[in-house]
Design a protein around this ligand. Structure first.
Ligand code: FES
Length: 107
């Protein structure tokens, strides 16, 4: 069965601050959006799998965000928690059309 995505506008690429998280609530989901140093934009679930730290408030370095609560290192590309810690957050695909950023939600 084909997946259907809902496309939600985040804003213009230039509106997103570099290396800082932006929080967006879509329905019951809270999502952290990051513009990386490379200019790429990524979206992940906004809750750390450890104890629920708000990832949009974490420090961004390269392709990773460091949870503001206990410093777990989480990839904003695939959502994986880096060793020695374990876990994963959900990632959301991003689409950029004419400089506008959309998150694709599939549930
Ligand atoms: S809540 Fe994120 S590292 Fe503890």
């Amino acid at each position: 069965m084909e997946k259907t995505f809902e496309s939600v506008l985040v804003g213009k690429t230039t509106d997103l601050p570099e290396k800082m998280g932006k929080t967006m609530t879509i329905g019951t989901k809270e999502i952290a959006i990051f513009k990386l140093e490379s200019g790429r934009i990524r979206a992940i679930e906004n809750r750390c799998p450890h104890k629920g730290g708000v990832l949009a408030e974490g420090i961004v370095s390269g392709d990773y965000v460091f949870c503001p609560m206990h410093d777990w290192k989480i990839s904003v590309c695939d959502g994986k928690v880096q060793a020695p810690d374990e876990g994963c957050v959900k990632t959301y695909p991003i689409e950029i059309i004419n400089d506008e950023v959309f998150i694709l939600i599939n549930e």
